[in-house]
Design a binder for this molecule. Structure first.
Ligand code: SAH
Length: 255
């Protein structure tokens, strides 16, 4: 598999990081929890666990309380999902550039969205925007049945390779997430990791009644993290959960 090296020199890396810092996802998290997370150590990859564990502890201090989310973050080697030249930044709580001008979300954002899903093992989840595959790994660690769509073919390919190497086998699809996966619907939960300006109607129709979607809704200046519950065939309830900045959800695919 070919991997383009987009950041060949350190200066470029620093510029990229600076730019990513500018669009770092904002949030109103409570920062008053100081105790260490009660993390289940059974699935640790020993070579990465210390940094990943520290990252999970940082996220708990920043307000993530779902232990299964923290355990997943503490378990997954985030450095495997980014370019080697950025390895030194892999366990910082910040977004980082991946191929095709996309980003691996800030760990806090991944944890926040995942916490909002309130996943139970075995639930069927559709993710829109596979990107690096990191969020899909979190969902796999939480024992969900994962479906994930990516519109860039190269990202779809490299995410598949990374995930499979680490022993994760979600159902990955190359396609336009706006269409969803009607043949696999209904889903218990839908997670959108790119920002649509309006909630995609076709995806709402692929939620089971009683299920919900977590989606950052809004334009380029920023989005509201929104949870939309399907409470009846034609009835939905919305709530908002903070301000974030994501890459836009775009139509069509890039081969
Ligand atoms: N969940 C990813 C975050 C990736 S950033 C991770 O953990 O790394 C958002 C991703 O959404 C990008 O890879 C982008 O290409 C993808 N995306 C944007 N619009 C899309 C669409 N309509 N369908 C599928 N993927 C889309």
């Amino acid at each position: 598999m070919k991997r383009e090296k987009q950041y060949p020199i350190p200066v470029t890396v620093l510029i990229a990081l600076f730019c990513m810092g500018l669009i770092a996802c904002a949030t109103n998290s409570s920062r008053n929890q100081q105790k260490k997370p009660d993390i289940d150590m059974t699935n640790f990859h020993p070579q990465y666990n210390n940094e990943a564990k520290k990252l999970a502890e940082e996220l708990e201090r920043k307000g993530i309380s779902d232990k299964s989310v923290l355990t997943a973050i503490a378990t997954i080697p985030r450095d495997s999902f980014i370019d080697k030249q950025l390895s030194a930044y892999a366990y910082l709580d910040r977004p980082l550039p991946i191929e095709s001008g996309q980003t691996i979300s800030q760990p806090f954002t991944v944890a926040w969205q995942t916490q909002l899903l309130q996943l139970k093992p075995g639930e069927k989840v559709l993710e829109i925007g596979t990107g690096s595959g990191y969020q899909a790994a979190v969902l796999c660690e939480m024992k969900a049945e994962v479906f994930s769509i990516e519109r860039y073919h190269n990202l779809y390919e490299s995410a598949k390779e990374t995930l499979n190497k680490l022993g994760y086998y979600p159902n990955l699809f190359f396609g336009d997430g706006y269409a969803g996966l009607p043949e696999h619907a209904p889903f218990d939960k839908i997670l959108i990791t790119a920002a649509p300006e309006k909630v995609p109607e076709k995806l709402l129709q692929q939620l089971r009644i009683g299920g919900w979607m977590v989606v950052p809704v809004g334009g380029k200046k920023g989005q509201k993290m929104t949870v939309i519950r399907r409470v009846g065939e034609h009835e939905f309830k919305e709530s908002e959960h903070g301000d974030f900045i994501f890459v836009p959800m775009q139509e069509g695919v890039v081969d």
